[in-house]
Ligand binder design. Structure first.
Ligand code: ADE
Length: 239
């Protein structure tokens, strides 16, 4: 049997893990051995008397910088995480997309470094070949929540984690179209009805309706996503 997909997380707050990854879909998969999680304390690799992991930025400025020597030692000590991509969660990183998630989920796992303070010494990023990954254009107080988002997105794609039904939906258009609206009983809620087509029993009509809704939502809310698939909107005002 091959080893399960493994996330090795390097953090100053290992007690944050598994956290939300320990419940629901990811948690059940973790308990049943479909994937594996190890949170390692970066501070365990500190060498001085005060166990310091950070220092003031060279050149001045606010905040503290994670030391290159300490983080490098923590990475080198993570001997369970050889031959996996080495990621550093950071708002300046490569945007995490579903395509990137699929790539990571298809591999053996990931070493995920959680940044804190104002940043991480650039030399360890280079020397240990860390790929910086961002989960969006906003700044979190540390990489842990970003790491959890990345790991959760990967885990749900692992074989056996989702039922057949859910994984089928994944294949179709999840990357280029937003989800269509969903409804369930009761038929009437505060005077609002479930759209008639959904209770018609006509599967082809239901599929067409969902497709049209997904397209309309995508055009309205995410013109950037829409343009990726269909090219920029045609200029209809001149020419
Ligand atoms: N750390 C802080 N903000 C982050 C972000 N947006 N993505 C990834 N890691 C982060």
């Amino acid at each position: 049997m091959t080893a399960p997909w493994r996330a090795t997380v390097l953090t100053l707050f290992p007690e944050m893990f598994p956290g939300p990854l320990g419940v629901s879909l990811a948690g059940k998969a973790l308990s049943s051995g479909l994937w594996d999680l190890e949170a390692r304390d970066i501070r365990a690799s500190a060498t001085d008397r005060h166990r310091s992991v950070d220092d003031t930025p060279a050149g001045g400025g606010p905040g503290m910088v994670l030391r290159a020597d300490v983080l490098a030692a923590a990475i080198d000590a993570a001997d369970n995480a050889v031959g996996v991509p080495r990621l550093l969660m950071s708002p300046r990183g490569r945007p995490l997309t579903q395509a990137y998630v699929r790539e990571l989920a298809a591999g053996p796992g990931a070493l995920v470094v959680c940044g804190r303070f104002e940043g991480v010494d650039q030399r360890v990023i280079e020397a240990r070949n860390l790929e910086e990954v961002s989960i969006g254009d906003y700044v979190l107080s540390g990489g842990e929540i970003a790491a959890m988002a990345l790991i959760d997105a990967c885990v749900r794609l692992l074989p056996g984690v989702m039922g057949k039904a859910e994984s089928g939906a994944e294949e179709s258009f999840s990357e280029t179209l937003l989800e269509y609206p969903q409804y369930t009983r009761p038929q009437a809620f505060e005077g609002r009805q479930i759209p008639e087509v959904l209770t018609s029993g006509d599967h082809a009509k239901v599929a067409a309706w969902r497709r049209a809704e997904a397209e309309a939502l995508t055009k309205a809310r995410r013109p950037d996503l829409w343009a990726k698939r269909h090219g920029p909107p045609k200029n209809t005002t001149d020419g």
